[in-house]
Design a protein around this ligand. Structure first.
Ligand code: SAH
Ligand code: SF4
Length: 344
């Protein structure tokens, strides 16, 4: 197995090179080439041939190459299909808001969590991504868009906290000056509620945003759509969420897909309000996006409004999120693993 040097920080790369008999300052040179998007070690022409040979033999430069692009006709959303070194694919989405560009990246090829409303969950799981593959998705999008990307959300394919170590490595790397230097406050991680990792994450006290996919206010309805709830019930997810807010002083977000007749009654809204009472939080309501085979319908506009009103009256911050890229299957939950494979 070759060494993934794009997942290393300066200290680690320095160690790696010196242990193998090369000068300390070479690490900085290699990182500079990586920053300049070098595609091969042979491009790194200020390195001695011996070092280039060593790297060719023992290391690799991870990439996430855009192999297909779909552009929405409804808004400025762009969906990318990224090809990885082993023939796997992941999807990512570039969104334009008035405050800049946001890229939504994947953390795994597929997902193990099996939420019934999500296309990724239905497409099975193949492997987790490395930190370097997460960074490469952002960088490839920047190059394609010809613009710097200021915001990143880990809301593409996969469950970030099922790939915890690589995700934390990614966060530390991508925010450093040796890499893309994106502000930690401009990054949001989304989880379906892997409680022990939520607590670990809070303990890191990073200024990174956290979004929790709740989608139901009681165990019975939540377990019906999200199998993870049978392992970590709502009370534990909420307790871990309160712990995160206490530790970081940051507002937490909750995602709630409104599904007609499933989780969108007045009673559901009242239960949700009681659950979140007194917490520094925001609720993002998302009329459920269409996923083939899921058999769910969006709540009506009237129900969406009624739901928001109940939350607002109870003092809970809530908004209905605008759906982006619905014509190119780029909305939440629509990304999938085997998508377009035949089309590449
Ligand atoms: N695995 C993580 C992050 C990726 S999913 C998580 O679940 O949080 C990104 C978001 O899209 C999550 O909030 C997820 O619950 C939501 N989502 C999945 N399928 C959806 C659908 N059909 N409609 C609306 N939102 C959906
Ligand atoms: Fe996985 Fe998130 Fe989809 Fe659930 S919603 S299956 S956790 S990607």
């Amino acid at each position: 197995m070759k060494t993934d040097i794009k997942s290393m920080n300066l200290v680690e790369l320095t160690d790696y090179l010196t242990v193998n008999g090369f000068e300390k300052f070479r690490a900085k040179q290699v990182l500079t080439w990586i920053k300049q998007d070098a595609r091969s070690f042979d491009d790194m022409n200020n390195l001695p041939a011996k070092l280039r040979d060593f790297l060719n033999e023992n290391a690799y430069l991870a990439s996430a190459n855009i192999v297909r692009i779909r552009r929405s006709k409804l808004d400025d959303t762009v969906k990318y299909l990224y090809g990885l070194y082993d023939g796997e694919y992941v999807e990512g989405v570039l969104m334009s808001y008035h405050h800049g560009r946001t890229v939504c990246i994947s953390t795994q090829v597929g997902c193990k969590m099996g939420c019934t409303f999500c296309a990724t969950g239905k497409s099975g799981f193949s492997r987790s991504l490395t930190a370097s593959e997460m960074i490469a998705q952002i960088r490839s999008a920047e190059i394609e868009a010809g613009e710097r990307i200021s915001n990143v959300v880990l809301m593409g394919m996969g469950e970030p906290f099922d790939n915890y170590d690589n995700v934390v490595r990614f966060l530390r790397l991508v925010t450093s000056e040796d890499s893309l230097h994106i502000g930690m406050r401009h990054i949001t991680v989304s989880t379906c509620g892997v409680v022990p990792r939520m607590k670990d994450f809070a303990d890191l006290e990073l200024q990174c945003g956290l979004s929790v996919s709740l989608h139901a206010p009681d165990d019975e309805s939540r377990s019906r759509t999200m199998p993870i709830n049978r392992r970590y019930p709502i009370s534990e997810v909420i307790e871990a969420s309160r712990y995160y807010v206490r530790k970081t002083n940051r507002r937490i977000s909750f995602e709630y897909a409104l599904i007609s007749g499933e989780n969108d009654s007045d009673q559901h809204a009242r239960r949700l309000a009681a659950l979140l009472s007194g917490m520094l939080c925001h609720v993002n309501l998302i009329p459920v996006n269409n996923v083939t085979g899921a058999g769910y319908q969006k709540s009506s506009i009237k129900r969406q409004q009624a739901f928001v009103n109940i939350l607002s009256h109870a003092g809970i911050n809530a908004t209905v999120r605008r759906t982006l890229g619905s014509d190119i299957e780029a909305s939440c939950g629509q990304l999938k693993r085997n998508f377009m494979k035949g089309d590449v």
